[in-house]
Design a protein around this ligand. Structure first.
Ligand code: PEP
Ligand code: MG
Length: 870
């Protein structure tokens, strides 16, 4: 099998569709070569080689080596340079590149192929000073990537030399440069390692190191986090070098074709003159904005503008492009779809539609439901901001607002976060080693670096608020403190970080919800055009109903009436009812509850107007409304004029061993019909009142926890006669209404065809259905679900993501059975998973009419619904 495998592809051979085999970087280098862009020639060793090597290291010597040598020979011919001779030395870069971009992997070795002899030959083309500079960098990158010597140790050697000589690296004499190189080599020796002089050995070892990096800790964590399979492997890209560090007519940069933070449609990025690629990304020197290149090198800039447009038009998306200029000659080294904030994703998607580059459907797929969540997330309250104490300002690298305690290491971030604290990670700059700490942080602040530094790119990808280049801060990670002018802050102090403005404030600042912006409305309007099911809200308070309507709910899928019994005044009446000793007392309590509920329904209907609203009758067990502390019980008895001992006794009698399986839902309706009767009376009285005011409403009343058809029949019977009474009392003609049921018990799913005969509509209560199907208490699953997911026993919490195999099968069965009885019956889903994008895909597939979720999940659900239809 391996015989027939092609191990290596020249850039001329691949295409963008070969990402699986060549990695993202390799596939795009091939695509750009194909497009005729100025890409230095090279080749890609496939991801399959990586996986083969990781399974069996002997593969490298027995099979891969000779292929690599052949590919190098071809490269020598193309470039008219030699990889081994000491004239016209060919130098290459070696870079990893997986199918999905993975900042956690070891990345790049530049200038590979230099050695003690060839550095002299290489100097012929430029200068010895330049050649030494390249050699020093190679030693450092090779030491880091191949031997795992921390780059900081090399930086330390360099800055020691700078201090000892009291000058910067670029003014070192040749002798001084040689000494630094010698000290780097000694760093190898001190670890019993040798820097290999043979260019091929360098290339082989670098390739193996990149292969191995697929399995390093950071890469594994990153894959876990982003749900990337572990068996893909990384490709290795070997490319002939061009030199951005060969003088002031050279440079290197990273540019996005549009602003990745805001989405604005202009080139956005940075460049450094006389520098190599890693200098920009590592945030060691502060680069200049790309616009300045126009003044400094107009021709190269014009070329770049041209190619950026070519690439964006070709890929039909915002590109993140790396380039190098060597003696005013522009080379493109990499392009990929740029990572962006939620806001930028939205703006760019809409602009690309406007520009005629993509369709509305494509635009809908360019924004993820998770991004929508970020867009409607809180921002700092502008009033509170006016009085806030500003600490410092930096670059607004990733928007958002976050408050937390400051910590200075990834470790501390994890520790504090494990203790339940919100943390702000403050660092000089971040590196891929910090990834786990970054994940748990609410915000990331760095004193160095630009908008494209590691912290900025990673934070934007994660949707985490981030400020970079906050130069006013002097971060002392060792002593866990940060200085800002006269001010000194230590671990545990509280900062509020505004990633949108780039400002850091002292202490906690309250947040508010961002305006529901026009762009989001536009996208969601398109979403609604393709949607095949509606998105309703679970809401019952005036505030929640209003929010739900603002977010575009098509109605209310679940108004839980028990929430309307909260509040001191109401709960007292409820308690009076439950504990009543006489009919009269019960009647009084019911009358007062009726007044509250009628007014509530009246207000609720005014907000939802002609949209549907499903009102569910009382569901929870009675004792949830009662006090349990002796002191509270005594006070209640006092208020109700009863004996505390008797009340205590009554409450004890109401206790249940398994309340969620106990006296609740329709079972209460059957044993205590007066409550349900009061509730429908309130509903219909409010509806009639609104009717008289000119508003037409179709009341929809839902009965919870039905398991038997007879339960439903019994309740329907007394509700129907109560409703008829209300019409008679109010002296009006009967109005149309609907009585439906929740399907939230496995038994109800199996007899859904029978139930459908008696119900006008169904709504799946996936919370209870999951609880009853798994036998997992919805209130106690937190005690074990993490262990379950950690041990791989379950992938996720079934109360958050529908268990499609089990609970999903029951729902599918129930929908089919219901539609056998009533093909047009309205069927919804109102459990928590109704707002979960993955679950929505499933619900769309089995043909429910709507999902219903909490108000803040509605925008994301609308998008998810559209994506399920595309
Ligand atoms: C459900 O069980 O899914 C449901 C929506 O009802 P509740 O959460 O109120 O039990
Ligand atoms: Mg329920």
């Amino acid at each position: 099998e391996a015989e027939s495998m092609q191990f290596i592809y020249d850039f001329e051979e691949g295409r963008r569709t070969d990402k699986g085999l060549l990695g993202g970087k390799g596939a795009n280098l091939a695509e750009m070569t194909h497009l005729g862009l100025p890409v230095p020639p090279g080749f890609t060793i496939t991801t399959e080689c990586c996986m083969t090597y990781l399974a069996d290291e002997s593969f490298f010597d027995t099979q891969l080596k000779s292929s690599i040598m052949n590919a190098v020979h071809k490269l020598e011919n193309k470039t008219h340079k030699s990889f081994t001779n000491t004239i016209d030395p060919l130098l290459v870069s070696v870079r990893s590149g997986a199918k999905f971009s993975m900042p956690g992997m070891m990345d790049t070795i530049l200038n590979l192929g230099l050695n003690d002899q060839r550095v002299q030959a290489f100097a012929q083309t430029t200068s010895l000073a330049f050649a030494y500079d390249c050699y020093r960098r190679l030693l450092q990158m090779y030491g880091d990537v191949v031997f795992g010597i921390p780059k900081e140790e090399f930086y330390d050697l360099l800055s020691n030399a700078e201090q000892a000589l009291a000058k910067k690296t670029d003014s070192f004499t040749l002798r001084e440069q040689e000494e630094v190189i010698q000290s780097y080599k000694e760093k190898f020796f001190s670890r019993n390692l040798v820097f290999p002089q043979d260019p091929y050995e360098q290339l082989f070892e670098a390739t193996k190191a990149v292969f191995r990096s697929w399995n390093n800790q950071r890469a594994n964590v990153y894959r876990e986090l982003n749900h990337i399979p572990h068996n893909l492997g990384t490709a290795v890209n070997v490319q002939s070098m061009v030199f951005g560090n060969s003088g002031d007519q050279s440079g290197t940069g990273v540019v996005f074709t549009r602003n990745p933070a805001t989405g604005e449609g202009h080139l956005f990025g940075e460049f450094l003159l006389n520098a190599q690629g890693e200098d920009v990304v590592a945030g060691i020197r502060t680069p200049a904005p790309i616009a300045e290149l126009k003044e400094q090198m107009p021709t190269a800039y014009a070329d770049f503008v041209h190619y950026a447009k070519v690439l964006e038009d070709h890929y039909k998306d915002m590109q993140d492009i790396e380039f190098t200029i060597e003696n005013e000659h522009l080379y493109i080294l990499q392009t990929r779809d740029g990572k962006r904030t939620a806001k930028a994703a939205l703006t760019i998607a809409l602009d690309l539609v406007k520009e005629g580059i993509i369709s509305k459907e494509t635009a809908l797929n360019r924004v993820s439901p998770e991004m929508i969540d970020q867009l409607i997330h809180p921002v700092f309250d502008s009033n509170a901001l006016k009085d806030a104490e500003l600490v410092a300002a930096g670059l607004p690298a990733s928007p958002g607002a976050a408050t937390g305690v400051i910590v200075f290491t990834a470790e501390a971030a994890k520790d504090f976060s494990n203790m339940g604290q919100k943390v702000i990670l403050v660092r000089q700059e971040t590196s891929p080693e910090d990834i786990e700490g970054m994940i748990v942080s609410e915000a990331i602040v760095t004193s160095r670096g630009g908008m494209t530094s590691h912290a900025a790119v990673v934070a934007r990808g994660m949707g985490t608020c981030c400020i970079t280049g906050c130069e006013a801060l002097t971060v002392d990670e060792q002593n866990k403190q940060v200085k800002c002018g006269e001010l000194l802050f230590t671990e545990g102090d509280i900062f509020s970080v505004d990633g949108t403005s780039g400002k850091i404030f002292l202490g906690e600042i309250p947040t508010v919800i961002a305006e529901n912006n026009e762009e989001l409305k536009q996208l969601l309007t398109w979403a609604d055009e393709v949607a095949q099911l509606n998105v309703r809200a679970n809401a019952e308070t005036v505030l929640d109903l209003t929010t739900a309507m603002d977010f575009g709910a098509t109605g209310i899928g679940l108004a839980r009436t028990e929430h309307m019994f909260f509040g001191a005044e109401r709960v007292l009446e409820m308690r009076r009812l439950i504990l009543a000793d006489s009919d009269k007392e019960a009647q009084d309590a019911l009358e007062r509850l009726l007044t509250f509920q009628e007014e509530d329904f009246y207000q609720m209907y005014q907000i939802v107007q002609d949209k549907p609203m499903v009102i569910r009758l009382l569901d929870p067990p009675m004792h949830e409304f009662l006090p349990h502390e002796p002191n509270d019980i005594r006070q209640l008895a006092l208020k109700l004029g009863k004996s505390p001992l008797l009340v205590e006794e009554q409450i004890r009698r109401l206790q249940e061993a398994n309340p969620m399986l106990g006296h609740r839902g329709c079972r209460l309706g059957i044993t205590m019909p007066t409550i349900y009767q009061m509730q429908v009376r309130a509903i219909f009285k409010s509806v009639i009142r609104l009717q008289k005011e000119g508003q037409t409403i179709l009341p929809e009343v839902m009965i919870p926890l039905i398991a038997e058809k007879e339960e439903l029949l019994y309740i329907k019977q007394f509700l129907t006669s109560t409703i008829e009474q209300v019409f008679a009392q109010e002296g009006i003609e009967p109005l149309p209404y609907e009585l439906g049921t929740m399907i939230e018990l496995p038994r109800a799913c199996f007899i859904a065809d029978e139930l459908a005969k008696e119900a006008d509509f169904f709504s799946f209560g996936t919370n209870d259905l999951t609880q009853m199907t798994y036998g997992f208490s919805r209130d106690d699953i937190g005690k074990f679900i993490n262990t379950y997911t950690e041990k791989g026993i379950m992938q996720s919490d079934p109360f958050q993501h529908l268990d499609q195999n089990g609970v999903g099968s029951l729902i599918r069965v129930a929908v089919e059975k219901a539609r056998q009885t009533k093909p047009e019956m309205c069927i919804g889903v109102c459990g928590e998973v109704g707002g979960d994008p993955d679950s929505i895909r499933f619900f769309a597939e089995i043909g429910v009419d709507y999902v219903s979720c909490s108000p803040f999940r509605i925008p994301a659900a609308r998008l998810a619904v559209a994506q399920a239809a595309i």
